[in-house]
Design a protein around this ligand. Sequence first.
Ligand code: FPP
Length: 246
Amino acid sequence: MPLFRKKTPEPELPAVLPEHLAIIMDGNGRWAKKRGLPRRVGHSYGAQTFRTITKHCEKRGIRYLTVYAFSTENWKRPAEEVEAIMNLLRDYLKESLADFQKENIRTHFIGSFEPLADDIRRLMREAEAVTEHKTGMTLNIAINYGGREEIAHAARCLAEDVQAGRLHPETIDEKMLARRMYTAGQPDPDLILRPSGEYRTSNFMLWQSAYAEYIFMDVLWPDFKPADLDAALAEYARRNRRFGGV
Ligand code: FPP
């Protein structure tokens, strides 16, 4: 019998972290419905979870985090709900512009921004400009984002280059398409996380997810805690990624 008892070790951080983590922040509506509250209240709690989890990702050393805030299909929702989500985005942008000196996060937006209100677009541009020099985590916020729209956009860019004589069609390869995606210059997501118990990709990062690991969790986004993220990171570290090899 040993003369001393070993101390219970601190929970260890996984040895392998995803360099790029992407999250489908799902379940706000159901969270609100379960409580007899309007859906917008679920989004408001979801926005709070987003703030907490963003900070936790940075603390854990994630280099790129992409969150799905509003899809190209979300305009189909009632106007009141769309407005509530846009207001949450507005609030977050104003707050992050005021707080940006405290954080070492580089903010970037992915999606098609023409349909957004002018003031939101201006705040988005400002948030990108003031955090451009940051060296910590890159946070991509997907807003009016659709994976198919992104691929169509990249195809349009290539077509324009061909039409202008800058590019020969026969030279077009995967790298050229990747450079025209909204995430150009960034690594593809290693892990895509979807809480809420739904098992689908919902038009999220279709191009970039070719070799991503998926983790689906049975917790609604407003209830999602840093410990849930840690559990997902531990599960990711156990995965054996082969990228089509052996
Ligand atoms: C999906 O849940 C969530 C959304 C469509 C909106 C996500 C928005 C936020 C978390 C807040 C705003 C974001 C920022 C960056 C401040 P759902 O409504 O589809 O939930 P349900 O499937 O339970 O109905």
